[in-house]
Ligand binder design. Structure first.
Ligand code: IPE
Ligand code: MG
Length: 220
């Protein structure tokens, strides 16, 4: 989800206004996803690099995440959304972490949409943490040796399917440390639309266009 800051700047508003509008878009996209045939949706909300932003912006974003979880908890439970988080949690404030743990527990039985939110996520950081976990499991004799499946089971996304499609908004043509292991065979779509302007209709049209592409996973 990229482009919140530029969206606000274009209107002469503070960046946080863009983030707030972005959160409204998240609600709409989450709501529309199941009817578009999506049962796994991952949103990149905050990267390990985003701590470099101003304190005001970082705190503002953390506040938006906490409010989103609090306000959407009832709706998610009712609509069958299972919410999970990936990323390193230790650095997040304890109150936010508490909300994250609680919503994960509360929605654990839901199956209509698997919603994963990446907060303080970086693919390289995830791989480094996975390597440490893997070393621990080998040392404990739980696994004999490292292979792709064993490593995948040590990632934050253990048990999640790999993404079929990765969409980046706002015209940036980079993958920026998002699911580098898991998206090895994913399709990529880059749209110039800024995230606060990205509607379920935009998503539907991307899906329509990409669904027809044949994916071969290296076969002939
Ligand atoms: C994406 O919008 C939201 C987050 C990173 C949380 P940006 O904040 O990156 O917006 P731009 O790139 O400055 O427009
Ligand atoms: Mg950006």
């Amino acid at each position: 989800m990229d482009g919140n800051g530029r969206w606000a700047a274009q209107k002469g508003w503070p960046r946080l206004v863009g983030h707030r509008r972005g959160a409204e878009r998240v609600k709409q996209i989450v709501n529309a996803a199941p009817d578009l045939g999506i049962d796994w949706l991952t949103l990149y909300a905050f990267s390990t690099e985003n701590w470099k932003r101003s304190t005001e912006e970082v705190l503002g974003l953390m506040g938006i995440f906490a409010r989103y979880i609090e306000r959407e908890a009832v709706t998610m439970a009712r609509e069958g959304v299972r919410m999970r988080f990936i990323g390193a949690r230790e650095r997040l404030n304890p109150r936010l972490r508490g909300l994250m743990d609680k919503i994960e527990d509360r929605t654990a039985g839901n199956t209509r949409l698997n919603l994963t939110v990446a907060i303080n996520y970086g693919g390289r950081d995830e791989l480094a943490r996975a390597a440490a976990r893997l070393a621990g499991r080998i040392a404990a004799g739980e696994v004999a040796e490292a292979d792709e499946d064993v490593l995948a089971a040590c990632l934050d996304t253990a048990g999640h399917p790999d993404p079929d499609l990765v969409i980046r908004t706002s015209g940036e043509m980079r993958t920026s440390n998002f699911l580098p292991f898991q998206a090895a065979y994913a399709e990529y779509e880059f749209t110039p639309v800024l995230w606060p302007d990205f509607t379920p209709e935009h998503l539907a049209s991307i899906l329509e266009r990409t669904a027809t592409r044949a994916r071969r996973f290296g076969t002939a």
